[in-house]
Design a protein around this ligand. Structure first.
Ligand SMILES: [Zn+2]
Length: 199
């Protein structure tokens, strides 16, 4: 079977390794790039190179950053006494997009998962403890995912923070806004009951 040649096939193969991109889409993308202007194609290559050379973890919170400190850590208008602990930079973005939280963050870069070989020491927990020990922190909000791994990670961090005497909270869980009780599953309903609040 005649192929497109080594150079085009290399591009198709690399594009096909991207998540959610099948062989057909990879082929379509490769030909789109081939047809696009030199400037457009060079811009794409440059953007890929830039994220690998210029984006690094924030020295304080491990969020993705273009400098030593990320935009959130260097924002003096935020409450630096409240830290929300999340698993991934994407979680940080989702929480921050709500506009409800004006504190700062700490990105764990994953969750504890012994079966996958991820131990507490592989995460940024030591750096979090150091931040709290340095003082000036009023509250640590454990905003890990409401999953077995996320809960386990939150419990581990809570036990590490306990001797430091800082207030530790966990995100509430329960019914999603706009949801209906009749369609909620048992675990959501039991969370909603357990986390009920005064009104
Ligand atoms: Zn930061």
């Amino acid at each position: 079977m005649p192929g497109y040649g080594r150079i085009i096939e290399d591009l198709i193969e690399r594009l096909g390794k991207l998540p959610g991109i099948g062989a057909r889409t990879a082929e379509r993308l490769a030909f789109h790039i081939l047809k696009s202007s030199d400037a457009e194609a060079a811009g794409l290559a440059e953007a890929i190179r830039n994220v690998k050379t210029q984006i690094r973890p924030c020295q304080q919170c491990f969020n993705l950053s273009e400098g030593d400190l990320c935009a959130i850590c260097s924002d003096a208008n935020r409450d630096h006494a409240v830290i929300a602990v999340v698993e991934q930079p994407k979680d940080l973005l989702s929480l921050d997009a709500t506009g409800v939280f004006r504190g700062v963050y700490h990105v764990l870069m994953g969750h504890i998962a012994p079966l996958d070989g991820i131990e507490a020491g592989d995460l940024t927990i030591a750096a979090l403890l150091a931040r709290v020990k340095a003082g000036g922190i009023n509250e640590v909000i454990l905003a890990t995912n409401p999953t077995v791994a996320g809960d386990g990670t939150a419990l581990h961090i809570q036990s590490q923070l306990a001797p430091l005497g800082v207030k530790v909270t966990r995100l509430a869980r329960g019914l999603p806004t706009g949801g209906a009780i009749e369609y909620a599953n048992k675990s959501i309903l039991s969370d909603a009951l357990n986390e009920r609040r005064d009104m």
